[in-house]
Design a protein around this ligand. Structure first.
Ligand SMILES: [Zn+2]
Length: 100
């Protein structure tokens, strides 16, 4: 699968309350991942959503991303390129990196 540059989705401001500990953790994790907080929260939500869809697919017996990728969605979400680690112990992911 080749990585296409998607047009950036429109974003809207949402306000919510976090405790100090959560804010500290979020800022630390966003910095570690090299993204701003908005991007980090977006990824978190999309990762959670993907995890829930995956669970539903597993429950229904539908083929899942876990069967196709060499690493799980959480791993990919934590990476800047959003792909499985090409040097994964599980081998190079064909879904992320193609057949070469
Ligand atoms: Zn993959």
């Amino acid at each position: 699968m080749t990585r296409k540059s998607k047009p950036k989705k429109a974003r809207r401001i949402r306000s919510f309350n976090l405790d100090d500990d959560a804010i500290d953790k979020m800022e630390k994790m966003a910095q570690e991942d090299g993204v701003n907080r908005s991007e980090w929260v977006n990824r978190l939500i999309h990762t959670e959503d993907a995890g829930r869809r995956l669970k539903r697919d597993v429950a229904k017996g539908i083929q899942t991303t876990l069967e196709v990728h060499t690493m799980d969605a959480e791993h990919r979400a934590a990476r800047k390129d959003g792909k499985c680690n090409p040097r994964s112990v599980n081998g190079r992911c064909k879904t992320c990196w193609g057949d070469e």
